[in-house]
Design a protein around this ligand. Structure first.
Ligand code: ZN
Length: 315
């Protein structure tokens, strides 16, 4: 005897105020392959993304972006990752794969990066604007794969036009005059502890060791590719000034520049206390959500996940 299905009804008339979007991040990638190989890997392989943006018209598909995974499903594009206190960003992000060959190294070790096409950047701008608006994604939570997996993934690389995206309302970009002013006050004497604290405050996964160690060089490289458009692990004056200008603009709770050293301890604690507040969500009580995340839980695990690392491309 099978039991009868219990009967019930759902009544949505009482709605809770305390809720927000599951999607917090937009992650941009390059595919390191042609359109055909990218499409094959992303539809048949162990990696995927919500959107695939071709480098040029595909057949008669003018201005077409391919939606490989519905936005309410989880795509496997980020792998082992971290940003602003969150790990495993596949859970909380939309991923866009952009067709681009990545880079080649010649015999002497000189690296050449492939440029993106205006055609595809216009498509990326269009789809990103809508995704950001749909979920109220914070500018500093629009990131490259390299930002969330430094040392493990290089994409979308130093030629990706982040500044052009920012001019179109997508992602973070510093005010040039503020960065210049900050740079004028810096000298070549780098306080690595303070630099690590600032990188961590901005969102990167970095331990404060006081050493210019490999994890720090990896994060500086990610930052330089994103904001300085160069492939370098040097903490240049421009790099350090740009980082502080970003913090001033997007995380203005503290007067950073001159007091950065004194506030080092405070800066560290702030990241741990990070509160998720969507800029667009003014209806909600702003300090309601305090996830119990541990920012130190994630160590450098670039090579620990063989399944995730298996693909040269997306994950
Ligand atoms: Zn990627």
């Amino acid at each position: 005897m099978s039991s009868a299905r219990p009967s019930y009804s759902i009544d949505p008339r009482y709605r809770a105020k305390s809720c927000d979007e599951r999607i917090k991040f937009l992650v941009l990638h390059y595919t390191a392959g042609s359109f055909e190989t990218s499409l094959d890997t992303l539809t048949n392989g162990e990696v995927s993304a919500h959107y695939l943006v071709p480098d040029k018209m595909v057949g008669a598909d003018e201005n077409v972006i391919y939606n490989l995974v519905d936005e309410n499903r989880r795509a496997y594009h980020a792998g082992v990752s971290y940003w602003r206190g969150r790990t495993s960003l596949n859970d909380t992000s939309i991923g866009i794969e952009i067709v681009n060959l990545g880079y080649t190294d010649d015999a002497s070790g000189k690296r050449t990066w492939y440029p993106f096409t205006d055609y595809q950047i216009d498509l990326v701008i269009g789809v990103s604007k809508d995704i950001i608006a749909r979920y109220g994604i914070d500018p500093i939570c629009v990131v490259g794969h390299n930002d969330i997996a430094p040392g493990r993934k290089p994409d979308p690389g130093p030629l990706f036009p982040w500044e052009k995206l920012a001019k179109n309302g997508i992602g973070a970009w510093p005010d040039a005059d503020v960065a210049r002013e900050i740079q004028g006050k810096l000298n070549d004497d780098v306080d690595i502890n303070a630099l690590q604290a600032s990188l961590k405050k901005y969102g990167y996964n970095i331990q404060t060791t006081g050493e210019l160690d490999q994890q720090t060089k990896d994060v500086i490289t990610a930052f330089n590719r994103h904001f300085i458009s160069i492939d370098s692990d040097e903490p240049s004056l421009k790099m350090r000034a740009t980082l502080e200008a970003l913090i001033v603009k997007y995380l203005p709770s503290k007067k950073i520049v001159s007091q950065a050293k004194q506030e080092k301890k405070l800066l560290n604690e702030e990241v741990d206390d990070f509160v998720w507040v969507s800029h667009s969500d003014t209806r909600l009580a702003p300090k309601l959500f305090r996830p119990s995340v541990t920012t130190h839980a994630q160590t450098q695990t670039q090579h620990s996940d063989h399944r995730i690392s298996a693909s040269p491309m997306a994950n």
